[in-house]
Design a protein around this ligand. Structure first.
Ligand SMILES: [Zn+2]
Length: 418
């Protein structure tokens, strides 16, 4: 397994280039979706195309013709689609739910020919030729950019340009791997279970549909409100009992299902985005098997939402090169998530409030739960690494991404936000 690191960088994009970048992303998504269209087959996974060469031979000329993208960007778009189709086929083979990959989120993959990284600026291909942009780095030195992108110890692999609507900003996530003096990739162990990982823990609940270990809350209020509205309307129509009301009831049911799916899709996209923004490799949920027992106050539509959310995230994460894992959920909501404490007691928790009976720390209960989900994965993985015979692999670090920093076995470490 290679040692990989990602450096996040915020671009300073002059106004005159912004439209070029937006148009580049639009055309990149177009190519990825065209490739997905061509490679996916709904009837049989044996008929899906998962070879990059086959897809490129079939699509490259047409996509170059139809877009203003450079050769490398078209190839990366096809590669992205192949990657997603391949993961889809894998899921399909295992009997899991799967669909033709669809690319909707703003993101463009750059290889080392379409983007060049200098000490203080980046040069990149757009639909309108190459542009140069400065970037903002955090004040703390060495920054991940200096440590990995500019260092001879690491080699550039690929990078993804993303746009954040909330801040109207453009970000590069630059992926590198460690190399030795001959430029060969440094391998640590041979199993997939080694190598550094950054984890995003997610807790699911009734008050907040989802909470991440980074402290982002997805409130359940709006979801509950609309489910309640749909129920009210349904009850009204059922009382009328006419044929017209019956037909309206069927239409309402259809609309409600479509609405619920759409809502959970949005949350799932945001969860994946949260993990991307924090450079996570793994998104971790608590296993849902006994969810009814653990959350006696949850209604059927909550349970439905949890299952769908995990499913949608599992479906979307591979497209962004992230894995999804589940951990044993016991006591994640009763345990103090401070690494120097970890005291577990059911009286620690009182509804939404968590107060540790041992160390006295107070925290939102769901946020505490999300950190514990991440920490449980960390311990599970460390345990696995220790019992693995591969030398050196036990040192492979795992960090849980929390608000403003990282948690690992040694405690909390703040990080400079980029
Ligand atoms: Zn405590």
């Amino acid at each position: 397994m290679e040692v990989r690191r990602t450096a996040p960088v915020k671009l300073v994009v002059p106004d005159e280039y912004r439209d070029d970048l937006h148009e580049t992303a639009e055309q990149f998504l177009y190519c990825a979706n065209e490739a997905s269209d061509y490679c996916w087959d709904n009837t049989d996974y044996e008929d899906c195309i998962t070879s990059n060469v086959t897809a490129r031979d079939a699509l490259y000329d047409r996509l170059r013709e139809e877009t203003d993208l450079t050769a490398n960007l078209v190839q990366e778009a096809i590669r992205r689609a192949i990657h997603a189709v391949d993961s889809g086929v894998d899921r399909w083979k295992k009997g899991k739910r799967t669909n033709k990959p669809e690319f909707t989120s703003w993101s463009v993959v750059y290889d080392k020919r379409s983007a060049t990284f200098y000490r203080n600026e980046i040069s990149l291909s757009t639909v309108n030729g190459r542009i140069e942009c400065d970037f903002e780095l955090p004040a703390d030195s060495p920054t991940p950019y200096e440590e990995y992108v500019l260092s001879d110890d690491y080699e550039f692999r690929t990078s993804t340009l993303q746009y954040d609507q909330a801040t109207d900003g453009f970000y590069f996530h630059i992926k590198t791997r460690k190399v030795d003096t001959d430029g060969e990739a440094v391998e640590i162990g041979s199993s997939d279970d080694t190598g550094h990982q950054t984890v995003l823990g997610i807790d699911l609940g009734v008050n907040s549909l989802a909470v991440s270990s980074t402290g982002t809350f997805w409130s359940g209020d709006e979801y509950d409100h609309w489910i309640h509205e749909f129920e009210k309307r349904r009850a009204e129509m059922q009382q009328r009992g006419t044929q017209a009301a019956h037909n309206a009831l069927l239409r309402l049911g259809k609309r409600e299902r479509a609405w619920r799916k759409q809502y959970i899709h949005t949350v799932a996209n945001e969860v994946v985005e949260e993990a991307v923004v924090h450079d996570c490799d793994v998104i971790v949920f608590a296993d849902l098997t006994d969810i009814r027992g653990r959350l006696p106050h949850a209604d059927w539509h909550h349970i439905w939402a949890f299952r769908r959310l995990v499913e949608y995230v599992e479906y979307k994460a591979p497209e962004r090169s992230m894995a999804v894992e589940q951990v044993e959920p016991a006591h994640t909501s009763q345990r103090c998530s401070r690494t120097d404490c970890g005291f577990t007691h059911e009286d620690n928790r009182d509804g939404e409030q968590f107060q540790c009976l041992n160390c006295g720390c107070e925290i939102n209960a769901d946020y505490d739960g999300a950190k514990n989900v991440g920490l449980r994965y960390l311990r599970k993985r460390q345990h696995r690494l220790r019992s693995s015979p591969t030398p050196g692999s036990a040192d492979a670090p795992v960090d849980v991404r929390v608000n403003g920093g990282m948690l690992n076995g040694d405690g909390y470490r703040p990080t400079a936000e980029s």
